[in-house]
Design a protein around this ligand. Structure first.
Ligand SMILES: [Fe+2]
Ligand SMILES: [Fe+2]
Length: 300
């Protein structure tokens, strides 16, 4: 961050030492991606395309993608695409933070969860917008149909990121973007960085949409559970409304994302089959890793 604020990026050049821990690598990557999202008040916007920073970002992305590909499982042989993707997602039966928060979490656990979610949710769906110009007309139209809902269908008060911001404020938490980035666990940064990486790289466009499909298909049920936990703990109506909105909306979005978006993409470009599953797996794996970390802390 010192290099970003001063505008002198030379210490980050190729001969600088690499980040010493996964946490350092992910926070560096998150800061670099932030230049493409909302930027920082005290960082020159021109640094978004600084060649030294782009080169550093590529190196960090390369290491991150390689570690994901090394861990990824074998994917099903192409057959009935929508049925295969739905069962790939359904068969992935990891631990559930949402179920635990509904039944057992305290107010402080829930507030911690909301702070973690703020890293992505205050810019919900933005990374998918980067994928749109890289798509065929049919796939593009289907993604925009989904994104139209995420962005409030023309009403800024219904924009999902805005609903979440109001929920944070109502809960006495800051809605400033990145306010909690120094306290979140590695898994939160990895999840957010994966979305940005998939969105910003054209060659990963199918993985970006596979991630979207898994994200939408694993949102409705957990959103209902989080809303139940928030109600049980006496949280306010705004934050509950953000989650209840996703119970209905994402039951529709999962069909749209799996069939109309990814289904059309694979019909037009069968060579992207594996990349779609790779993106879906990243989403599921990141959720699992986060759940394991938090449940081991909250309910050892
Ligand atoms: Fe949403
Ligand atoms: Fe959605």
């Amino acid at each position: 961050m010192r290099a970003l604020r001063s505008g002198d990026t030379s210490p980050t050049a190729a001969d600088a030492p690499p980040p010493t821990s996964p946490e350092d690598a992910q926070i560096a990557l998150w800061s670099l991606f932030a230049l493409h999202h909302l930027g920082f008040d005290d960082v020159d916007d021109r640094l978004e395309w600084d060649p030294v920073l782009i080169s550093l970002r590529r190196e960090l992305e390369h290491d991150f993608e390689r570690s994901l590909r090394e861990r990824a499982p074998a994917f099903p042989e192409p057959d009935d695409f929508a049925a295969d993707l739905f069962s790939f997602i359904a068969d992935h039966d990891g631990p559930s933070v949402a179920a635990w928060l509904r039944s057992s979490g305290t107010t402080e656990h829930m507030r911690e969860f909301l702070r973690h979610r703020s890293i992505y949710t205050l810019k919900e769906s933005d990374h998918t917008m980067w994928t749109i110009p890289r798509l065929s007309h049919r796939v593009k139209a289907a993604v925009v149909e989904l994104q139209y809902d995420e962005y409030g269908a023309g009403d800024p008060r219904r924009l999902h990121a805005h609903l979440f911001a109001r929920g944070l404020e109502e809960s006495g938490l800051s809605s400033d973007y990145g306010a909690f980035v120094d306290e979140v666990p590695l898994e939160v940064l990895e999840q957010d960085n994966a979305m940005s990486m998939l969105g910003l790289n054209r060659r990963l466009r199918a993985a970006s949409l596979g991630f979207l499909a898994a994200f939408e298909a694993t949102s409705s049920g957990p959103s209902r559970k989080i809303a139940g936990g928030l109600e049980r703990l006496g949280f306010g109506s705004e934050v509950i409304a953000y989650y209840t909105e996703h119970v209905e909306a994402d039951a529709v979005h999962e069909q749209l994302a799996v069939r109309n978006i990814c289904g059309t993409l694979v019909e037009e470009s069968p060579d992207q089959y594996e990349n779609i599953f790779f993106g879906a797996w990243i989403c599921l794996d990141m959720d699992d890793r986060y759940a394991r970390r938090m449940l081991s802390q909250w309910a050892p």
